[in-house]
Design a protein around this ligand. Sequence first.
Ligand code: 9MR
Ligand code: ZN
Length: 567
Amino acid sequence: MKIHVDQLGYRPDSEKCAVLTAESEPKGWAYLKSEDGTTSVELSISAFGSDSYSGDSVWTVDFSDIKSEGRYFIEYYDCSRSGGEAESPVRSDVFSISRTVYQDVFKDLIHMFYFMRCGCELPEKYAGAYHHKSCHDGPTLRYDDGAMLPPMTGGWHDAGDYGRYTTPGAVAAAHLLYAYELYSQKCPDLLIPESGNGVPDILNECRYELEWLLKMQKEDGSAYHKLTTEKFSPFIMPEEDREQMVLYPISSMATADLGAIAALGARIYQRYDMAFATKMKKAAIAARNFLADHPDLIGFRNPPGNATGGYWDWDDRDERMWMYAELYRLTGDSKDLEMLQLLSGDNNPPKYPPELLASPFFKKLNLPQSVDKTVLGWGQVGGLAGMSVVFAPADTFPDELVSVFFDAFREKADSLLALTKQNGYRLAMPRDGFVWGSNMNVMNCAATLLTASFLTGNTEYVTAAEENVHYLLGRNPLDTSYVTGHGAHAFRNPHNRPTASDGVDEPYPGLVSGGPNAHPMDEPARAVIPEGAPPMCCFLDDVGSFSTNEIAIYWNSITVLVFAYFA
Ligand code: 9MR
Ligand code: ZN
């Protein structure tokens, strides 16, 4: 028998439930007890049945009625054996019921981006034990023509590796900017070099990435896909990685994402720095003009010899859609609106590149015809277009267009709501979400539900989103909190180069693990996770497990977007 709880805890007025797993039916009694001994409430145990995501037999105990703030645990007494001699009870981890239960973790989730800064020293004052010297500040070799360009410093390291990639960088910055736009009053002060300059710290941190993204734009308005070494570095500190930085070719995805984030940035920063906002507006328009002249997909594949992340994507309709949505909000130009209408309409089939159509794998890939309008990932950004449209001031976009996105959010949210009732851990995510970076999908589903709740007022969507938060913070079959430094059993061994080489035992706090992956690709995970294991269990807290336990800026950022609501 095990009792799984959110290891941070629950908000007082929310639904609250713990998951009990056992070999056979628990016939004893469960109690919610306060740590100070003043409260002891008997809870009823209800059967869920067998849960396919985890392989567990599940019972639940609901304690939603307990709303008093405090520190609690759940205790189960097995009195099923005759003789009356009670065995020692099974206890859950101690957790809080508190209005502010997610505030500290929210702050660390944002502060994480400071640790990911590239091209500057991280002094002890801001980085504590994780301080290190400046990195990746040498000259840049342009792949296209072999030209040696000045250093292109700045931005965040992408993930456990030290690459910097345009599409995931733009998406991560977007999650933070939308989080700020929707919940500005909740965004905390951080301790970063810019703190106290009169600009909210989440915007200060985000600007560090935006300044670098602007450098990734070519004179013709297009954007380079990535800036990385040729191969991944060994597990060394970033300043020890002195391999040549290479600027790889452009892609239409990178160009459109850059146009979108620059337009969004221009909108948000104009209150604080008009010159910076104007620079971004120009960049957005240049990207748009380039893409208008290049309507076909400009894909990206790693050139021979290059083995860093590919971030390949076969479809740029969603990136273009997001760009036109943000541009229209900025410029009000009817041509931008027309393009957005065209791209988000039904009469817009994908234009997969000929080499893909000719490949025998094409059918297996099962690529979609229509653009998903709710996804917020690195490769599919239709949901970012959606957020741009549905959260715009009334009358910005025509009603029919708003309805297209509104309906997409509601439909997706309804299907997620159904799922949350079908699995024992109440996770609102389809089974096929357990891929590399599943926690991004978990948070994406939560963000979709929250958006739908804003649109409809349906609080059931909020409850379902909150269940995903509980899953992330430890109410899962592995009893693992997937955020470092938060929760009784937080993962500790991320696939992250600085963590493995900085000589500090604990990883820095606020890192989100990629999470369970039903198709692990790395040796350590494959060695211990049996083929066909239940998806929620396909995880290994091991530094070598890049496909289940890496970290990435866009996994943190989507988590920031969700926690901004609950913090
Ligand atoms: O997050 C990406 C995941 O969705 C892909 O399945 C995986 C393999 O292509 O790549 C992940 O992104 C990695 C990137 O390619 C390089 N930096 C680390 C990223 C996180 O693992
Ligand atoms: Zn660096």
